[in-house]
Design a protein around this ligand. Structure first.
Ligand code: KIV
Length: 257
């Protein structure tokens, strides 16, 4: 097993050498282990697990207890990649609360923590990084704010919004963020952000000109057939395979096959 500092150094080197960052989400041991064995750079225990594992309509209901439970399982499966975990909604409202909960996630096995928000979150971000905990930022479309925003809306469409996103990214980079997730940002703006910061940008629905890409693994493997965002290409049909196996098993059990 590589040390945390070896993993962080290898991760930071990716942007410098121009190798793209491959990040995917996991919420259980087998998925974490499969991603790690396939060579993923960063396994994210994202709060999207609230939707694709726990069946909530969005990420807002996810608790620290949920995150710790899933993070522990993923941690047991990952030896090589960095493991990051989301601070869920309402778990980082003050710098003190953010640091306390970041420490809980580190204790449960996280190498890094992620939270949503730009300059408005700087006090929380500085508290976490100041305590020596690697932090991944997340700007653009923020799923934890979906209810206030009334839906998932593309970000960076106006000049003012685009300039604000660039300033957010620069502030996070100056604060020492390990990486920044760019979600649902107009591709040209994501490209400008990527060129403006020293840390890696990891895009989701933000075009190809980021330093890497992240997807919810259920979307990548066709594991959640009831909804898949339009930018996510399913490269397998896990739901179809499961349904087929279950139907075949039932037919055998019931003597129809
Ligand atoms: O929760 C999550 O899975 C995420 C990724 C989509 C970046 O935040």
């Amino acid at each position: 097993m590589r040390s945390l500092s070896e993993k962080l150094t290898a991760f930071r080197l990716l942007k410098r050498t121009g190798e793209k960052v491959g990040m995917l989400t996991a919420a259980d041991y087998p998925t974490g282990r499969l991603l790690d064995e396939a060579g993923v750079d960063f396994v994210l225990v994202g709060d999207s697990l609230g939707m694709v594992v726990l069946g909530y309509p969005d990420t807002v209901e996810v608790t620290m207890a949920d995150m710790v439970h899933h993070l522990r399982a993923v941690r047991r499966g990952v030896e090589r990649a960095l493991v990051g975990a989301d601070l869920p909604w309402h778990s980082y409202e003050t710098p003190e609360q953010a640091l306390e909960n970041a420490r809980v996630l580190v204790e449960a096995g996280a190498d890094a923590v992620k939270l949503e928000g730009g300059r408005v979150m700087l006090p929380q971000i500085e508290a976490i990084i100041g305590a020596g905990i690697p932090l991944v930022g997340h700007i653009g479309m923020l799923p934890q704010s979906v209810r206030e925003e009334g839906g998932y809306k593309k970000k960076g469409r106006t000049e003012v919004e685009a300039a604000g996103l660039v300033e957010d990214a620069k502030a996070l980079d100056r604060a020492g963020a390990l990486a920044i997730v760019l979600e649902g940002i107009v591709p040209a703006v994501a490209a400008e952000i990527t060129a403006s910061v020293g840390c890696a940008t990891v895009g989701i629905g933000s075009g190809v000109d980021c330093d890497g890409q992240v997807l919810v693994t259920a979307d990548l493997v066709g594991g959640f057939p009831w909804f898949r965002p339009p930018f996510a290409k399913a490269r397998a049909d896990v739901a179809g395979s499961v349904s087929g196996a279950v139907r075949e098993y039932l037919a055998v059990v019931k003597g129809e096959l």
